[in-house]
Design a protein around this ligand. Structure first.
Ligand code: ATP
Length: 213
């Protein structure tokens, strides 16, 4: 049984200073929100879940994904995807090539890989745009492409670090609907860092606050 993402007794400290203390279960297809003031440790928490946290931080507790303790695994073996606000597409590759870069190595054969990229573009409302230069896309289009590039790697959990922050209200609502829908369709547990209560409300999952809000 896939139990989603669990953070068990997670404690992050910076020297003597405790920064984050958290216990949280995010079920498959659920979006949990992490809120807190600037400097509270939200991005640091995501780094701990990804496995990229290093000095000067000290980490205790466990990250459990699909029932498996992944705390000791390096980031590339955890199977966790992350989307940032300023997620960059490679400027020297076409949109399609950028997405192909995310493709799971499990998918073999040129035609199958091309079809997967085209399906992903379609799924993100970017159908027929595989040949486009990323520089000619709008910010929202680039973000949708970055989402699909992340999902094409077939992660088992998705982390969001304020990915909607640069979008206006309308685009923000549409983008978060796309992200949440696509994650739910894949049964992914999602952990989202946000400053916007509307994001947390739209997510509908558990909301945790860290730092002195
Ligand atoms: N590499 C580092 N070395 C030393 N201190 C760091 C490092 N990275 C982050 N910090 C500190 O750790 C604390 C948490 O930072 P973090 O970026 O996680 O906060 P945040 O909640 O994501 O903030 P924001 O909402 O502004 O993005 C801050 O006090 C920050 O200055």
């Amino acid at each position: 049984m896939d139990e989603g993402l669990r953070l068990e007794g997670l404690r992050i400290a910076q020297g003597q200073r405790p920064l984050v203390a958290l216990d949280l279960a995010v079920a498959p297809g659920t979006v949990a929100s992490v809120m807190g003031p600037s400097g509270a440790g939200k991005s640091t928490l995501l780094a701990a879940v990804m496995g990229t946290l290093g000095a000067p931080f000290d980490l205790r507790g466990r990250v459990v994904l699909g029932g498996r303790d992944v705390t000791a695994l390096p980031p590339e073996r955890r199977g966790i995807g992350i989307l940032f606000q300023d997620d960059l597409l490679f400027p020297h590759l076409s949109l399609g090539e950028n997405l192909a870069f995310g493709l799971s190595r499990r998918l073999r054969g040129r035609a199958a890989r091309q079809a997967a990229v085209e399906d992903a573009l379609e799924e993100a409302g970017l159908g027929g745009m595989a040949g486009r230069d990323p520089a000619t896309l709008s910010g929202g289009e680039r973000l949708r492409a970055a989402l699909m590039r992340t999902l094409l790697a077939e992660p088992r959990a998705l982390l969001l670090d304020e990915p909607f922050a640069s979008l206006d209200q309308d685009r923000r609502a549409r983008m978060r609907r796309l992200v949440f829908d696509r994650a739910r369709a894949r049964g992914l547990p999602v952990l989202m860092v946000t400053h916007d209560p509307a994001d947390a409300e739209a997510a509908g999952g558990p909301v945790v606050r860290i730092g002195d809000d």
